[in-house]
Every structure is written in C-alpha cells, then in structure tokens.
Ligand binder design. Sequence first.
Ligand code: XIL
Length: 363
Amino acid sequence: MRKAILAALTTAAILAPLGPPAFAHGSADSLREAAPRYLRIGSAVAGGGHHVDQPYPDPFPNDRQYRRVLAREFSSVSPENQMKWEFIHPARHEYNFGPADAIVAFARKNGQAVRGHTLLWHSQNPAWLQEGTFTKAELRKILKDHIFTVVGRYRGKIQQWDVANEILNENGEYRQENIFIRELGPGIVADAFRWAHQADPHAQLFLNDYGVEWPGVKVDAYATLAQQLLAQRVPLHGFASQAHLSMRYGAPDQLAGVLQRFDDLGLKTAITELDVRMDLPASGVPTAEQLATQATYYKTALDACLAVDGCNSFTIWGFTDKYSWVPVFFPSEGAATVMWDDFGKKPAYFALKKTLAEAPRRR
Ligand code: XIL
C-alpha cells in the first residue's frame, strides 16, 4: 500500500515540471480559472441590436449581476453589437464610442482580452451608408476612414478583430449584399485587412463566418481565399467559426478537421459565437435529455478548439438565456446558452468547465 502511494507521489513529482495535474483544476470555480493559459474563454457582451426592442434596459450598463458573472467567468469579451457600424458610426460624421469604450475599460479592469466585431459586413449598417449615393472613391474612403478611426481608437487593446464578417454566401461566392464588395469588388477585402493592420499592428486579424462548422463548398472557398490573401502577403492572421449551432442539425463533429485545415495554412483559429439552440417543448422548458445533448454539442465544439494548436480563443455568444438573441431570431427555438435567466448553470456549463479543467496545461 505505502509502496503504491510512494510510486504515485514519484510519478507526480516527475510530472510536476509539466504543470500541475489536471485534477487540481477540477475545483476551479469559473470557466476562466479552469481553462489552460493558452486559451481565452470569451462571451459576447449583451447590448444594442435586438436588445433595444426588449422589455429590459440595455444589459451591460444596467445589470450588475450580469457584469459580475461576466467578469468572474470569462477572460475575453466581444461587443455583441456595440462596435458594429450602425451602433458606433450612426451618422456619416459622427461616432458613438461610449458603449464600446465602456466594454474595453471593463475588460482592462478585469484582465480580459477583447475581440473586435466587426469592420466589413453586409448587415447592421446604418441607413446613411446603405442608402447613400457615393462614388466608388467616396465609398472606399468611407471604409478606410472607418477602419482607421475605430481600429485606431482601440489600438493595443484588441486581441483579435473580425475584420471581414460573413463575406461569402453558402455557395462560397462573395456576398453581393455587402455594399463594399458589390460596389468596389472583392479586392476591398484585402484592403480592409491592410488598413486594419496599419491602424493596429498587434491585433490578430480574422475572417469570421457561420456555416463553416462542417466541410463543404463554403469551407473550400474560405481556404482558397485565405491562401490567395496569404500569397499576396495580406495581413490575415486567423479564421473563425461562429458556431451558431442548432440541435436540429447535429453535433459539430467535424469542426476540429475544419479548424485544422486553416491551422495548416499557418493561421490561428477561433470559435467566436458559439450557442446551441433547440426546439422548445410546449412547456417552454427543455427536457433533461435536451440539456444533456446540448452539453455534448458545447463540449464537442470546445474539444475541436483544444485539439488544434493555433485555436487560442473560444467565445460563446452570451452566457445567459435572459439576453440571448436566439428566441428573437429563431422563433420556437431557445435555451441556447449555458445559463438560465437567473444565471443558474446548465449541464452545458459544467461540461465546458470540466473539459477545460482536464485539458492539457500546455501544448
Ligand atoms: C446578432 C446579435 O446577437 C443581435 O443582438 C443582433 O440583433 C443581430 O446580430 N453573426 C454575427 C453576429 O456575426 O454579429 C450576430 O449577432 C449573430 C450572427
């Protein structure tokens, strides 16, 4: 008996230089504490967008309990809407930095990274931009000025920028709904990355999209695009899967392979907007079985990131159902986050924490 204990202790001593053993983290009382140091665990910061039409005040500035959980659980934050064009650039010659500044200040105070979201997108653009009449030269200058102004303001404070969001459709073609791509041609994507890099040389610059959780034409098109940009020495540093999952479509069991494909190109990878929605029973309350399935989806997505060397950022799109975008955008689906409205933890939360605690401390 004593011999066995001694042998175990010796093994522990030999393993010690590799960092503390996994079981030491089983008792961590937050996601960020449980996580290995190489991985940022993030959440969207609720505000703007769909929240504006909900019967509650803007969450981040008004909900203290929400902010406490956000600070305790996460080592990265993403403004859910507060850095989007319609929010931060409401009139041609007017910027609204207050809410984004508050998030960046909060992150600094709480030792959190910030993911900037987003600079080149077809959605949530202000009417002055979408409906204005501009020459090509003017439109190009509008984008350039926007990127220099916004990225420049937060220079040194943003770890990763989603420079280009959802620029390809499901057939892998450039989205013509994107005013900049439509009017200026796809070459504008490279320019956006170059301008962002000039404005903040330390930020990691990402392509970000949904519908790239399984291999297919869209993933192929992104891989081709990434290779082209890299060949032109465009400062592209990462590829991210949003990972808005639905239990209608199955677990993200091929996500690791997709991320690895971009890792093989020399890019960082990230999961940036994970949530897992489900069809709600008539009661509105998910069954135990649904919650268990949801937990495995969350875990599978996290495992994918952990399996790929350059995946250093894992973000969920909100942590409480209280503020989730899902019921607003996907009627009859919901319960997509890891906590209930009252911040009680679901099985998905515990699955993430356990997986983080058991992850290798180094890679
Ligand atoms: C969503 C926000 O969560 C909502 O508040 C807003 O009303 C609409 O946009 N892909 C993205 C995110 O890149 O910016 C979207 O966020 C969700 C889909």
